[in-house]
Design a protein around this ligand. Structure first.
Ligand code: 5AD
Length: 335
């Protein structure tokens, strides 16, 4: 076994030089070693079990103007929607009946609408007391985080996107600050949410040093969940002509983070499977242990266009889930 991989697995950390080598090496056998070890650690922790989360993209209305994101405020080509409480509840109902036990409500950053979501969250909590309710609604006033927590939400995903302030300012308008996002993450943890963070891999201007800063931040925060996927350009955004991030580099990051945080929940993301047809399976084989099938009502799925070509399954949620389970079983895992 490569000594770098061995050291990372044993000590759950590695110096910058070692991380750089793991991220940049073109040694195929080192990469295979990294993936195999990450997979072994994931299997030791979770068995060959993949956890499903029902993703409900509740609204594409967003006050932010991130330079990479297709649902940014300035993109006027996009029809905007928000699901009604009944649509949200019926998506949950469908997911619950198909055996899913975690609902993820994700949407653009819209504080007033997020606050207005509290009664729906409370209704979800009352209807499915055993379900986990995950929110992913961006940076909100702290009292809204508290309100949603009291209403029954227990997890929150807020990607930090990049841990380098200089890089952050090239991806976001000046009104957005990395510092504030990190303060939100801290507050979410304080309120008792299980929190998730993460970054885009291969976003424009990103260096290996930036990725190492991301790894260090995640190592320091020790989040319960880590969401990361490749950058994929969206033509109607300022960064729409930059190349997509690399699938391989994304997989290496799954593996490195799995070895550092053996207990973290790491989804094999939609962006990865958009980039590569076998991306989802490859993610699992590099240490990911979560998959998030889409339960957004079919009539709106196409409008949650974060990036170009985002796979919006043509088939209904139930059929899509069946295919997903087959895919997971084809590599010897189960749900
Ligand atoms: N490519 C890949 N991921 C993107 N996201 C937004 N835009 C893109 C893009 N062009 C990701 C961000 C955000 C999450 C909801 O989607 O990381 O946090």
């Amino acid at each position: 076994m490569s000594h770098l991989v061995e050291e990372l697995r044993e000590r759950k950390t590695l110096d910058d030089q070692g991380l750089k080598a793991l991220l940049e090496s073109d040694d195929q056998s080192l990469e295979e070693d990294l993936f195999r070890n990450a997979r072994e650690v994931a299997v030791a922790q979770f068995g060959r079990e993949i956890w499903l989360r029902a993703l409900i993209e509740w609204s594409n209305v967003c006050r932010n103007d991130c330079y990479y994101c297709g649902i940014r405020r300035s993109n006027q080509t996009l029809p905007r929607y928000s699901l009604t409480p009944n649509e949200i509840l019926s998506s949950c109902d469908q997911a619950w009946k198909l055996g899913l036990r975690t609902f993820v409500l994700q949407g653009g950053e819209n504080p007033a609408a997020a606050e207005a979501l509290a009664p729906t969250v409370a209704e979800m909590r009352a209807s499915w007391p055993e379900a986990a309710i995950t929110l992913s609604l961006g940076e909100l006033p702290f009292e809204t985080y508290a309100l949603l927590r009291r209403s029954g939400a227990n997890r929150y995903l807020l990607r930090h996107e990049t841990a380098s302030p200089a890089h952050y300012s090239r991806l976001h308008p000046a009104s957005m600050q990395l510092e504030h996002r990190l303060a939100c993450l801290q507050e979410l943890q304080r309120l008792g949410y299980r929190t998730g963070m993460g970054m885009m891999v291969g976003s424009p201007f990103q260096t290996t040093g930036d990725l190492i800063a991301d790894i260090r931040l995640i190592e320091q925060v020790q989040p319960g969940m880590i969401g990361l996927g490749p950058f994929i350009p969206h033509p109607d955004t300022p960064l729409g002509s930059y190349p997509a991030g690399s699938a391989t580099l994304t997989l290496r990051l799954y593996a490195i983070l799995r070895l550092m945080l053996p207990q973290a929940w790491i989804p094999s993301t939609t962006a990865l499977s958009t980039l590569h047809p076998d991306g989802r399976k490859a993610g699992i084989l590099a240490g990911a242990n979560v998959v998030m099938p889409n339960f957004t009502p079919a009539s709106h799925r196409g409008d949650y266009a974060l990036y170009a070509g985002k796979s919006a399954p043509a088939v209904e949620a139930e059929e899509n889930l069946k295919l997903l389970i087959q895919e997971i079983e084809s590599i010897g895992y189960h749900v």
